[in-house]
Design a protein around this ligand. Sequence first.
Ligand code: CMC
Length: 424
Amino acid sequence: MDPAKLILEGKEYLLPVKVGTENEIGIDISNLRAASGAVTIDSGYSNTGSCLSSITFIDGEKGILQYRGYPIEELAKNSTFIEVAYLLIYGELPTNEEYQTFKKSITNHSLLHEDMKKFLEAFPYNAHPMGVLSSMVASLSAFYPELDYASDVNLNIIRLISKLKTIASFFYKKSIGQPYIYPDNKLCYTADLLHMMFALPTEEYEIPKELSDALDMVLILHADHEQNCSTSTVRMAGSSQANLFATISAGINALWGPLHGGANQEVIEMLEMIKRDNNDYKKYIELAKDKKSDFKLMGFGHRVYKNFDPRAKILKQSADAVLDKLGVNDPLLDMAKNLERIALEDNFFIEKKLYPNVDFYSGIIYKAIGIPTNMFTVMFALGRLPGWIAHWKELRDDPTTRIYRPRQIYTGATKRSFIPISKR
Ligand code: CMC
């Protein structure tokens, strides 16, 4: 493709164009500052491609999401979370032998170092689990230091995937005053997670297959989403060659915010608030439209999807099926559907292209599974982990990676002389 032309102060600059495999077009400004002295400004990075990546493709206008070329709908229907993790991290679907080896090593590394339990015990029982998760993940670097990237990377990836679910469920047990339930190597990833969260040492616990299948599917839908806020944080931290655990800990913190992964908790809290307010969802639609109010319809809107979020579409159908299978009748599901219907008929939401996102229906499924609201974002983190790892690995394995270091346009005071405190 011909280069783009930029004219600045009468001088013309040619900017090469990069075209992706799905024909996405990017104007390469890598040499712009050296040639012209100018930088670009792009608040919130809406127009900035921060890297070339071969992991996930999204077409927000058409509602397409593909991991390594495979449509999310096919993966959600036919794959498992662990298989999808392999696909994202290593680039191809595993052969049966590769899959069995990967699964077995993830199973075998699920125990926490006994000393790590002392950290867990020191947190207040009512601490938000996302803060605990990120601290515990950063602490893994003390137990498994990355001495040599090339030889330690794969083992540390396995350890992290395996231990994250143990950390999450141990803290949940601590928060409700129950004894830790240790991992069970006979169980698959999601069944083991449910077992560690909900079993008791005093009685048999049957893990309903519907629950572990539903959770597995939800984790697949969250597994990657290209350069979102937490993944960009992972790439930013990873570009300094910080180790895997420190880098993922940064990603967990970025995910926690209510505009990102924290929205799933906010959605259920919002639906419960509306229920307490006589189910008056129309009032909240009006509030969301009112510029003077800071109320937002949580679980609505997306930076990239401007037509529909394919993950929300799958989750909406699954919420019906899962609740049906479990025999759960949750009035919040009906309210969510009503809210969606009214919002999608409203000009404000139509004009601004605001549709339900992945967080709108996921909470209803988590709730039906029995996961408490403050653990929803932890579930998102467990799901997103393979994506973060894949992006970290892509960045570290690329010999052309440079430390991320954006520029700015300074708008502060110009040079002035220091005034001693007695004269201020
Ligand atoms: N309710 C009401 N108005 C909204 C909403 C909403 N949920 N989302 C966006 N708008 C309005 C916004 O006020 C703005 O209006 P105006 O043009 O008059 O200033 C316009 O729509 C464009 O929104 P924006 O905030 O500029 O869009 P953005 O791309 O910067 O933000 C977003 C995207 C997801 C942060 C935002 O839509 C939002 O805050 N949604 C609610 C939180 C949420 O559900 N987050 C989960 C995102 S999906 C999962 C994930 O990636 O973590």
